[in-house]
Design a protein around this ligand. Sequence first.
Ligand code: NAP
Length: 333
Amino acid sequence: MVKVLQYGVGSIGSKAVKALVSKPWIEIVGAVDSDEAKKGRDLGMVAGLDRRLDVEVYGSLAEALKHVKADIVLHTTSSWLDLVEPQILEIVENGLSVVSTCEELAYPWRRSPEAAKRIDEAARKNGVVVLGTGVNPGFVLDTMILTLTSVCISIDRIEAWRVVDASKRRLPLQKKIGSGMSVEEFRSAVQRGRMGHVGLRESLDMVADCLGWNFDYVRESLEPVVASKPIETEFFKIKPGQVIGISQSIGGFVGGFEKIKLNLQMYLNAENPRDAVKIEGVPSLEFEVKNGIPGDEATVAIIVNMIPRVLSAEPGLKTMKDLKLPFAWLKAF
Ligand SMILES: NC(=O)c1ccc[n+]([C@@H]2O[C@H](COP(=O)([O-])OP(=O)(O)OC[C@H]3O[C@@H](n4cnc5c(N)ncnc54)[C@H](OP(=O)(O)O)[C@@H]3O)[C@@H](O)[C@H]2O)c1
């Protein structure tokens, strides 16, 4: 039995709890959340299962570990490595491996090499494994692309698209793409630096490092998608002219040529949602997942499916490219 501690019982953490209870090889031993309203309550009720799990939500990791013993932590609190690093280090220093949905942890080696080194050293010293993953980053614009490249002998260029209809996604996601903002509010949020999807850079870096590509420069763009008619979701009532999401891209250039471009569009009522990859090489390939991979379900699935991979890996900070082939873990562990 693998003893799991759920760290962060928000939208994704709650869905993770539902997935964890469906796995006979997993025992949820406790949870951690900083929200006062969740502290001290039963995890089943906090996660919206409508039944008690007889598992407590503690206000901090230190408090949780006074009461329970765990093998691994599922960590779903934040996208930013500067906020998450102390949380990950505390987990690691308590001798626990961790799978996190923190986007900047999915491949920190190029953008935050010092933080990556600190986490890697702490993980090795404590004999545990740290993995950042999810649907994106973690799969669609990195692991999925890299898997396709395994049947190519040479590659000139890669372009990939993830188009997501955000109207069916969770509230934090609809918020983070700027739903309901004016274009001015959107642009000033971009200036402040915490707007848009986090993780395109991490996906690009992972693919580039695997393929041995070094860029002369990297170009990123982030634009609002604006409503042309009224739109209503479970959480927002949008008027024409208000922001309904993002159109974001990143490209890596060599000698003025764009070797790789990753495009992400996430907006309410997006047309033709899909995940697609085009590889120009030998052989050239085109691949498409119609309607796209459902983000929340896929994130929860991949963090649970990676638990056996993490528990059998060598200690250190790992990324999806370092671990054994991922697949749905339907068997016992
Ligand atoms: N890689 C991927 O593909 C992927 C996919 C989905 C989600 N994500 C990321 O995963 C993270 C979680 O997503 P979400 O939608 O579940 O967000 P969320 O609903 O905001 O949930 C985060 C939860 O963690 C709690 N929390 C925050 N800081 C904490 C701390 N220091 N200690 C303990 N608990 C803390 C929050 O409590 P408060 O409410 O009190 O802050 C909240 O309950 C986000 O950063 C999201 O972007 C990544």
